[in-house]
Each structure stands twice: as structure tokens, then as C-alpha cells.
Design a protein around this ligand. Structure first.
Ligand code: MD3
Ligand code: FE
Length: 214
């Protein structure tokens, strides 16, 4: 895994400090204002109905949701019933600059981690656009991120994601197992009081690909 901003052999690309402090603050302000209309909620795991520790919402035409019946993309907030708010222009610009994909992102999943939240090892597989990358932006406290391989039991590596870092998951890395082991509370002063300690992660995704590039 490279940390110099170039993609490694698997298509994984880490861009440390891509966003300046000012750009991070502007993006955080915008996302937090949008959370005002599309509130964070706690999704439940399929079958068990157990709530996740991460709170979520979405921006853009589609949003990823999880409930007792399964995982899927929906065009409305499961609690308010309203369409998801539009994605901030800065995220559309980021995608255009670094995804290498011709079409704009269709979903931005917003994950909020309080000091005790975690995300278990999983694969992002609910998108029918099979080859489009995922682009991730970290804001707020640092996190220990875990990246495995295509198999559940493949060896994993951990790396720290800091506020302003961008990750691009292209190529074969797009289907790798990954998760968030923990956050490091108090390692950033970016987010306002209600979100501190805490971390916001934004993931930009293509969901469908009508032009057959999947
Ligand atoms: C590696 N989010 O929302 S972002 C998720 O920090 C998710 O909130 C984590 O995993 C977070 O699904 C990690 C970076 C990321 C996103 C997608 C990936 C890494 C990935 C897909 C494949 C491999
Ligand atoms: Fe994921």
C-alpha cells in the first residue's frame, strides 16, 4: 500500500492531507448543515436487527441503507421519507478530479463515528456498477482503518486515516474486505462540539451504470 498518493498494484490510493484545513472546515460545515435536513440515524443489521454503532445518512440521488430486510440503495431517507439532499459541489469536484470515472457519483454515504463506534470487516457489494471506484473523505478524529483482501481470511493491514485524507478504492481493491477498528478521540479540532469526539467519513459511489461500463 502506497502512502505517496500513487495507486498501488491493487488500485488502492491514499492521498494524505488532500484537503486543506480551510477546505475541510468548509466541507464539514456544509455536511453538518445537510445533516440538519437528513438526520443521522442508526441503521440495523439485516436478520438480527442489531443496531450498528456507526450513525449514517446519505447525500445525492441515492443512499445506502440497512434494515432488518437487508442492504440496498434507496432514493429517500428511511426515517423522514424525504429525498436525500444534494451532494456538496466540493464532493462532485473531488470525484471529477480523482475518480477517473466519466459519470458523477450517485450516492454519498455519510458515516458518523462517536468515540466508541466501529465498523466490522466487510465488502462493499451492493452496487451494480462493478468497476467504478469508491472515493472516501475523512473529517475529524483519526481512525484505525483495516484493509484486507478479496477473501474473508486474507491477511489485513492497518493504517491511520486523518482528517483531510482521501482514499480511492479502484481496481481489485474495490472488492477488498475493510473496516474501522477504532477512532482516536480528541485527535482533531475540526468538528463542532456536538460531533466531538468523533469522525465523519464520506464515501462517494456509483450505484448503477446505465452505459454498460460495469
Ligand atoms: C476499501 N467506510 O462506508 S472508508 C463504508 O471509514 C466504509 O467509514 C469506512 O467502509 C469508513 O462502506 C471506510 C474507505 C473505504 C471505502 C470503501 C472501500 C475503503 C474501502 C471499499 C473497498 C476497499
Ligand atoms: Fe465499506
Amino acid at each position: 500500500m502506497n502512502t505517496d498518493g500513487t495507486p498501488d498494484a491493487t488500485g488502492f490510493r491514499l492521498l494524505p492531507g488532500w484537503f486543506s484545513r480551510d477546505a475541510q472546515a468548509a466541507l464539514a460545515d456544509e455536511v453538518i448543515a445537510l445533516i440538519g435536513t437528513a438526520p443521522l440515524y442508526r441503521p440495523c443489521m439485516p436478520r438480527t436487527g442489531r443496531p450498528l454503532s456507526v450513525r449514517m445518512t446519505n447525500l445525492g440521488p441515492l443512499g445506502w441503507i440497512s434494515d432488518q430486510t437487508g442492504y440496498r440503495y434507496e432514493d429517500r431517507h428511511p426515517v423522514t421519507g424525504a429525498p436525500w439532499p444534494a451532494m456538496p459541489q466540493a464532493l462532485l469536484d473531488l470525484w471529477a478530479a480523482i475518480s477517473g470515472w466519466p459519470d458523477p457519483p450517485q450516492a454519498c454515504l455519510v458515516n458518523f463515528y462517536g468515540p466508541d463506534a466501529r465498523l466490522g470487516l466487510h465488502v462493499d457489494a451492493d452496487e451494480s456498477a462493478k468497476t467504478a471506484p469508491v472515493v472516501s473523505v475523512s473529517l475529524g478524529d483519526r481512525a484505525r482503518f483495516r484493509l484486507g483482501g478479496p477473501g474473508r481470511k486474507d491477511p489485513t493491514r492497518s493504517l491511520v486515516l486523518s482528517s483531510g485524507d482521501v482514499v480511492v478504492l479502484g481496481g481489485t481493491s474495490r472488492r477488498f474486505h475493510h473496516g474501522v477498528d477504532r477512532i482516536y478521540p480528541g485527535t482533531s479540532t475540526l468538528l463542532p462540539q456536538n460531533y466531538t469526539p468523533g469522525r465523519i467519513n464520506l464515501t462517494l459511489r456509483r450505484v448503477s451504470d446505465p452505459d454498460g461500463r460495469e
